[in-house]
Design a protein around this ligand. Sequence first.
Ligand code: PMP
Length: 402
Amino acid sequence: ITSWAHIPQGPPDAILGVTEAFKKDSHPKKMNLGVGAYRDDAGKPYVLNAVQKAEKKIVEDKLNKEYLPITGLPSFTKEAATLAYGADSEPLQEGRIAITQSISGTGGLRIAGEFLSRFYPHNKKIYLPIPTWGNHNAVFKSSGLETEQYRYFKKSTNGLDFEGFLEDIQNAPRNSIFMIHACAHNPTGVDPTPAQWDELSKVIKGRGHFPLFDMAYQGFASGDTNHDAYAIRKFVADGHRIALTQSFAKNMGLYGERVGTFSIISESLKEKAAIESQIKLIIRPMYSNPPINGARIVSYVLSDPALYKEWLGEVKLMADRIITMRNKLKYHLVEDFGSKYSWDHITNQIGMFCYSGLNPEQVDRLIKEYHVYLTKDGRISIAGISSSNVKYLAEAIHEVTR
Ligand code: PMP
């Protein structure tokens, strides 16, 4: 009999562990600010109306359940690419973008990692921001890339460390790979301004670096999908041949459907065909081909003008609720409880998360004394706050920081 006794117990996932602890707590005022999933103002998961209507149509159309091609549903990848790159994108119009459906954003990143690890012609080391989404490091290491870090967040201002970012771009060996959050940076909620993106594009190009954009929140940052695509469209317009991963988990609320993409801009149709052939060779032994339902939903929503319009409205609704909660949280802290700290970063930061600046001891007190659950780094998922508990949260934060 084979023994597995030599296997050590692995550590629990830092983010999912927060939810575990939250579930065990029976306090009536408990709050879960750990998980990065949208909740409505009643604290409930939200299935978008556009998605429900698309699902109804899919059922009515009585589609079959045959396998998708290895790179997924063509009508989905076509619409997804247009959403990200913009209909007037030159490489898109010229058919030079290699794209595949992926198992949501994570799967897209994993294909990106595998692809770069096999074919990147320079140093196979990828630069990640400090801090970044907890899974990035693991995904790229598992793909066989080395990881390195670049400065991104400045603790003293709770904002962007623009000078540090630029310096690290300059100091990295020429032709390095830089992984960049396209919008609504997780966990900090801090994005460069358009002028800063312009500068970053120039400096990254000057050093010959390769940008891989992770876009998990298109539309979620500003409420406008075009606005949130500024960085990638600017880089493409500047002539970068970027790679991109997309996720429809947040902006279409399709978390468990696992629908996303990986794409890369090539120089010619011939190059694109070769890249796609290699992407297929990466995917086939991993999971053969992707699931069909989520891709169908996205393709129905994006290709039907009425559903598309309704979806844009719902994206805006979600983004606006988050912005309202940011304003209320800051208002209660400053006006109601008279906190002596500046909480401007709560409203300056964007997207689903607020990097509060709370230290691990303060986070511990929030959990133990106030039943407010969040990750040790002080990241607050704003989507977990509602009109009925925002004041309670402000009071709790005030108490642990006074
Ligand atoms: N990238 C970032 C920055 C994220 O925050 C997330 C989700 N938390 C992902 C990628 C991937 O998410 P998913 O696999 O659910 O699309």
